[in-house]
Design a protein around this ligand. Sequence first.
Ligand code: AKG
Length: 291
Amino acid sequence: MALFSKGFRFWKRLSHQSNYKYVGIQEPENSQFWQKNGYLYLPGFFSEDIIEDVNRLVSEVWRDCPPFVVVDDLVTGRRNWMSDLSSDEKFHHCKVNDLYLNFKEILHVALHETLVEVLAKVLGDAPVLINTLNMEKGTQQPYHVDALYMTPLRENNLAASWIALEDAHLDAGPLQYYPGSHNIPVYHFSNGGIHFIPEEMPQWQEYIQSNISTLGLTPHYLKAKKGDVFIWHSKLLHGGAPIKNQALTRKSLVSHYWTLEDSKQLQCTVEPFGKGYWFKRNPHPVPPANF
Ligand SMILES: O=C(O)CCC(=O)C(=O)O
């Protein structure tokens, strides 16, 4: 599929259209970049003001702990309502889930007009925002591919955007990724599907590791600046590097997108926002306290 049929002209057009400071991506010959590497890096995409709107919102959410916000506590490994966290737990590393369901500030960035155009090019269809995650610190998440967990109807019909809400120091557990790993043929679990089966993850890891060695792929670490955007493919191997300096934060917003066609086929309720869409659904269920 010719993803970027108009090549560099497309990017120039985008940079003129954007309301935000936009300084282009990678190299002019980037028409093949996505297919070869499985990611795009868009430095200086969002202005300070826009990012500060998001940071202000996140601070207010942590101050007010609205009853509908769900967090994943990366210390206890539990999913919880933010309003049920103890005062100690509020200091844990947490992923704040799906602020997009309630806050326009998140939709404004995750479905920003220019970002939607880039996502539509890489997905070959209008993007549907299916979740968002706000992080204060590095996740230290093991290497994985998103297609394992947010499994799209068709294996390539998922993409993610990562927005730096502050400068990301390399000691703060930066995003790590293997360029080109999205070209590793998808792994099929014992039921024939590509959605993960927890007991079979050691075999998946072995499979990925052996392909990485065969292809000679090497990890890269994202030293992002505030306002930069990084977009990755459903099968790009990525995770959060270990945090070397625990005093450092690494504020970021991660968003995942399916395609409009797949979302309709899956009978998701989708709402338009500009030229993109978002999946209107309930927050993730929270297990009972002693579960
Ligand atoms: O920000 C990170 O450290 C990793 C995020 C991630 O892997 C994801 O949301 O899929």
